[in-house]
Design a protein around this ligand. Structure first.
Ligand code: FS2
Ligand code: SF4
Length: 519
């Protein structure tokens, strides 16, 4: 196996035995084959957008480790290809072992050897961007929203990857178009979330717990949380958010449930300790799932595209076993508030006070915005984001989003006028909110986004973050800082292009970066 699609990749260069995420070589091979199947399905012209989204999301880091589920998707794709009379990378009748063998044959290391690190890396850049687009498209689809433009791009990009190997320029151009699709799909998802759950409003969230039976919901899928809140209404079970589900508390149609009582734990990589300590049942709706510990695996459930062998998988909304496990578990026997956090500063809320923001900038009370966000993870170097947040002057505001927010929570105190200095804009996909706010401010000041007193300091981990970065590059946003280390699939030649065209830069040390931003 060889995989370098995420930031925790072994040695910063690539996982070639078992993945740092826990992905075994046979699972990696099945995921590689599934990706080949998606390319063939797209090229065949089969009407299979929902399948493509499920299959691509399945191959994102820390989503699905279940061979049986991946085999079923491969077979579903092979059946579609057979029906369309199109060539398939694998026979419908292939056994799981034959699929693993076929997956090893299309492994990335062979492509790197044949095409070189630049072209293979650019192919991967595009592939990861498309995986992120598909993931967000699936979130919108379960809320009843699809986009012909987004679906069309996913098919086009996969077909492009299935065709003759393009040169580096062609691949980079397609990657930037993937950024355009990323922007479209984040807007689609924003509309889907806000239509169903209302515009997020600033609201305090209690971090901690209350006495009573409990369910913890992690991942990003608000529809799953809504279904669970409806299913548990009046049952005396308290529901808590975890990880990227924290911004759910800002949505009026989710806040209205009195048994959505608060938030428990930290970012996804804290789950081993958070889930072990949580005395109730746990639902994982999307990434990031870590191979579970025995101490809580009997209380853990997956839904959507998430999977792990031996962990019960619940079809959408079929939460009976989860609720039964919550009722059987002891629940909390005391109550504690360990903190408070304000959520709900999406584009609607921030632009609702645009005059105040613009006035504060014009008066000099608000000097700079720094967006510190993206993904969190356990890998070293992420203390930078906490240290930077703490070191920022009191007249600089911080925008945050994604699970990268956990690095800055509690480290940005105070207010600027009526506004808190820390504005939590939501999940990683809510990068759309930041883009919308930046666009509106640029218009108000009559400058381009790159001329705003705004600095972007991103942390990346998995492929949705690649989509967000491509969306920013598509918009021509420059001077983005990325860390804690650069992606392994970005070759030196690719980095040179990114530096020349966009002045993308790795994070440095806090004080030098701060001086550069202040200059
Ligand atoms: Fe965080 Fe993981 Fe949000 Fe990423 S919970 S790193 O998937 O998408 O961000
Ligand atoms: Fe390694 Fe990340 Fe790939 Fe897992 S997803 S095998 S950690 S590079």
């Amino acid at each position: 196996m060889f995989c370098y699609q995420c930031e925790q990749t072994a040695g910063g260069t690539g996982c070639d035995t078992t993945g740092a995420c826990g992905k075994r070589p046979d699972i990696a091979a099945l995921q590689d084959l599934l990706f080949e199947v998606t390319k063939a399905v797209a090229r065949s012209g089969a009407a299979a957008d929902a399948f493509l989204e499920d299959a691509l999301f399945t191959t994102v880091t820390n989503v699905n480790f279940d061979a049986g589920r991946i085999v079923a998707l491969i077979r579903q794709g092979a059946e579609m290809l057979a029906e369309a009379g199109a060539a398939s990378p694998v026979a419908v009748t292939a056994t799981p072992e034959e699929m693993v063998a076929a997956g090893h044959l299309v492994s990335l290391d062979g492509r790197i050897a044949a095409l070189g690190p630049d072209v293979a890396g650019l192919q991967e850049l595009l592939a990861y961007g498309v995986k992120g687009v598909a993931a967000y498209a699936r979130h919108a689809r379960v809320l009843g929203r699809t986009s012909p433009a987004v679906d069309g791009f996913v098919r086009e990009a996969l077909t492009f990857l299935a065709g003759p190997v393009p040169d580096a320029g062609g691949l980079l151009a397609m990657a930037l178009r993937c950024g355009e699709a990323g922007l479209q799909v984040m807007e689609l998802l924003d509309g889907a979330n806000t239509d169903r759950f209302g515009q997020p409003e600033p609201a305090p969230v209690t971090i901690g717990w209350r006495e009573g039976k409990a369910i913890l919901v992690s991942g990003h899928d608000l529809a799953d949380l809504a279904d669970l809140l409806e299913a548990t209404a009046g049952m005396g079970i308290n529901v808590y958010t975890h990880g990227e589900m924290l911004p759910a508390h800002g949505y009026p149609e989710l806040r209205k449930y009195p048994h959505l009582v608060g938030h428990y734990g930290g970012a996804w990589q804290d789950q081993l300790k958070d889930f072990a300590a949580f005395p109730g049942a746990i639902l994982l709706t999307t990434n990031c799932l870590m191979p579970p510990r025995a101490s809580y695996s009997d209380r853990l459930f997956t839904t959507g595209v998430v999977g792990f062998p031996g962990i019960p998988h619940l079809p959408a909304g079929a939460f009976g076993p989860l609720i039964a496990a919550a009722l059987e578990a002891p629940g909390f026997t005391d109550a504690r508030e360990t903190g408070r956090h304000m959520v709900g500063f999406g584009h609607h809320a921030v632009l609702g006070v645009a005059d105040t923001v613009i006035g504060a900038v014009k008066s000099g009370a608000l000097k700079k915005f720094v967006l510190i966000g993206g993904c969190d993870a356990a890998t070293t170097g992420r203390g930078y984001y906490s240290d930077l947040a703490e070191a920022l002057p009191a007249d600089w505001a911080v925008l945050t989003l994604g699970c990268g927010k956990y690095r800055v929570l509690g480290r940005v105190e105070g207010t600027i006028g009526p506004l808190p200095r820390l504005l939590d804009m939501g999940q990683c996909n809510d990068a759309f909110s930041a883009i919308k706010v930046a666009g509106a401010l640029a218009q108000a000041f009559g400058v381009g986004v790159n001329e705003l007193p705004l600095h972007l300091v991103l942390s990346w981990f998995e492929q949705k973050a690649v989509t967000v970065l491509l969306a920013l590059l598509h918009l021509g946003v420059k001077n983005i800082r990325i860390g804690p280390r650069l992606p392994a699939f970005v070759s030196p030649a690719m980095l040179q292009v990114l530096v020349e065209q966009f002045n993308v830069m790795p994070i440095g040390d806090v004080q030098s970066d701060l001086r550069a931003m202040a200059a």
